[in-house]
Design a protein around this ligand. Structure first.
Ligand code: B12
Ligand code: SF4
Length: 479
């Protein structure tokens, strides 16, 4: 039987350098989903996670060679495209006969360009890959033409061919559970700050209760894979994943990784009831992401009862004008209300803020920093807008001849910002991000509040480690 090896190419070191200890190492749910359908169709599949296993590129390649694969596949984000290209150049030099299949948000936005950028990649998968992989492997095993496999780009006698459109999978309940059994669960961990509450970062479990989002923010690339709107998994699939992750992996931290977990109130309530009924609330610390226009007090209270501790909101901006320009379709009043309700329910809040979106000026950026401090969430992150392929921001850059850097500089925390507005240079954006971080995290009352409500030792040791990591990044001129 022919073998498929799916691989997480190690990129965390390149993306985060000294800051990588604070970042989560997530089980690769995209690869595990593709592995599950391929296995179900009778293929032999394994997963090598170079990041979780802390391998170098060369060590990852050695591990792949040991498995004697026929097909090798991975996920590409824009920021990982350049490393992926180097990786497959090295791998194909050692295994020239393998077929390389890639998917993910970068590939879905730029399927043809991905093949042009890397001669060593053979097939780009556009959008969801769960069913596409089965069709690709079936065709390759039979030596059949790939032209009948919808939703891919591939090389055909030196030319790149794009096949017919594949629509998002209508009924997600047909999918098997992600192939958790192919992963080493002991290696995955949450963000550092999740530990402040219960003291655990590991084992980390991830569940998607649905795919997609109701929004279409101008900076967001998620729709390139999942299309518009949300589709939900069945309650049984979610229960099965909870049972598996709690009983087999012994997870202590769980992320419901949906873009908007709170979109389907009935489902959230059913999930919480199940967690409580099974007693999983006694051992879990759960984190979810939400949109301010989807929260509802009784549901938030139920979530808290079911051990949801963290709720993350994409607040983005403190200027209504900028929020409107980014198509957020949320008002600052809604954000304040969502925070008040979440607090009333007893949840800790993480706010995500963005600087440098279209129309941003120093003044609007300062509005954002002021709002972050006023909202006084338990954790905040301040990102600089990245014009990711397949987003309105990317198109804006192309239309306005805004210079774009190498793929590697699209988005890692410590690469130079890509300025979108003439009024704010890269240096000014970095300065504003520094002001945001300093104003937010150096408020004495903020620190005191954390120390009195969470695990003081974890917090102090994390802030000390973070201080030295940031100093190291600044010394290396990456921040
Ligand atoms: C979890 C997550 C992370 C995690 C872990 C990533 C991981 N290993 O899973 C962490 C925290 C590390 C992370 C980091 C970053 N992330 Co992130 N992340 C996500 C998030 C929220 C979920 C990813 C996920 O699990 N999706 C669910 C699975 C089922 O979908 P999937 O992975 O796309 O896989 C499906 C298809 O793409 C396809 N497919 C994927 N791979 C393959 C391979 C093969 C062979 C086949 C056949 C098919 C296939 O089939 C899968 C099943 O249908 C997404 C948002 C989202 N909604 O997806 C952002 C997202 C992927 N991240 C994004 C970004 C920008 C980043 C960062 C650059 C942020 C930053 N500023 O640093 C960094 C990059 C880190 C790096 N290494 O350089 C963008 C990527 C856009 C882009 N064009 O690159 C997204 C889409 C967010 C957004 N809203 O725009 N991220
Ligand atoms: S709400 Fe979040 S996931 Fe949805 S489009 Fe906006 S940024 Fe993307």
């Amino acid at each position: 039987m022919k073998k498929l090896v799916l691989v997480v190419i190690p990129t965390m070191e390149n993306a985060y350098h000294s800051l990588q200890d604070f970042v989560a190492i997530n089980p690769p749910i995209g690869l595990a989903s593709v592995a599950a359908t391929a296995e179900k169709a009778g293929h032999e599949v394994s997963i090598i996670d170079g990041d979780a296993e802390q391998l170098t590129l060369d060590q990852t390649i050695e591990k792949i060679i040991e498995k004697k694969p026929d097909y090798v596949g991975s996920t590409i984000m824009t920021a990982t495209m350049d490393i992926t290209q180097i990786f497959y150049e090295k791998l194909k030099a050692k295994l020239p006969n393998i077929t390389v299949i890639v998917g993910g948000p970068h590939v879905s936005a730029l399927p043809e360009q991905t093949l042009r950028d890397s001669q060593n990649i053979d097939i780009s998968v556009i959008g969801e890959g769960d069913e596409t992989i089965v069709d690709i492997l079936g065709a390759l095993d039979r030596n059949a033409d790939l032209k009948n496999v919808a939703g891919i780009a591939y090389r055909n006698n030196g030319q790149i061919t794009i096949t017919g459109t594949r629509l998002p999978i209508k009924d997600l309940s047909v999918l098997p559970l992600p192939a958790f059994h192919l992963l080493n669960y002991t290696l995955y961990r949450s963000y550092g700050w999740n530990k402040w509450v219960n003291g655990y970062r590991k084992p980390l479990g991830i569940i998607f209760t649905g795919r997609g989002c109701i929004g279409k923010c101008n900076f967001c690339a998620a729709h390139n894979v999942f299309g518009k709107g949300i589709r939900f998994f069945s309650m049984q699939q979610i229960k099965d994943q909870l049972d598996y992750l709690v009983n087999k992996w012994g997870v202590r931290v769980l992320y419901f990784q949906d873009d908007t977990f709170t979109a389907n109130r009935k489902m959230v309530n059913d999930i919480c009831d199940y967690i409580i009924e099974k007693g999983y609330d006694k051992r879990l610390e759960i984190m979810v992401s939400s949109r301010a226009d989807t929260v509802h007090l009784p549901t938030l209270k139920k979530m808290r009862q079911a051990s949801v501790r963290w709720i993350c909101f994409g607040v983005e901006s403190g200027s209504q004008e900028i929020l409107d320009r980014m198509n957020k379709h949320i008002t600052i009043a809604q954000i304040k209300k969502a925070y008040a309700l979440s607090r009333e329910a007893g949840l800790f809040i993480a706010g995500n803020f963005m600087l440098g979106n279209l129309g941003e000026t120093r003044e609007t950026a300062m509005d954002t920093i002021r709002l972050a401090c006023e909202l006084d969430e338990e954790y905040a992150s301040f990102a600089i807008a990245i014009p990711l392929p397949g987003t309105e921001l990317y198109q804006y850059c192309l239309d306005n001849n805004i210079p774009l850097p190498a793929w590697n500089d699209f988005g890692s925390v410590n690469t130079p910002p890509i300025p979108l507005n003439e009024s704010l240079s890269a240096e000014e954006l970095m300065k504003l991000r520094d002001i945001a971080v300093n104003r937010f995290f150096k408020r004495p009352l903020y620190f005191l509040k954390l120390l009195t409500r969470m695990r003081a030792f974890s917090i102090i040791s994390d802030f000390v480690k973070m201080y030295f990591a940031i100093r190291a990044e600044k010394a290396a001129k990456r921040l």
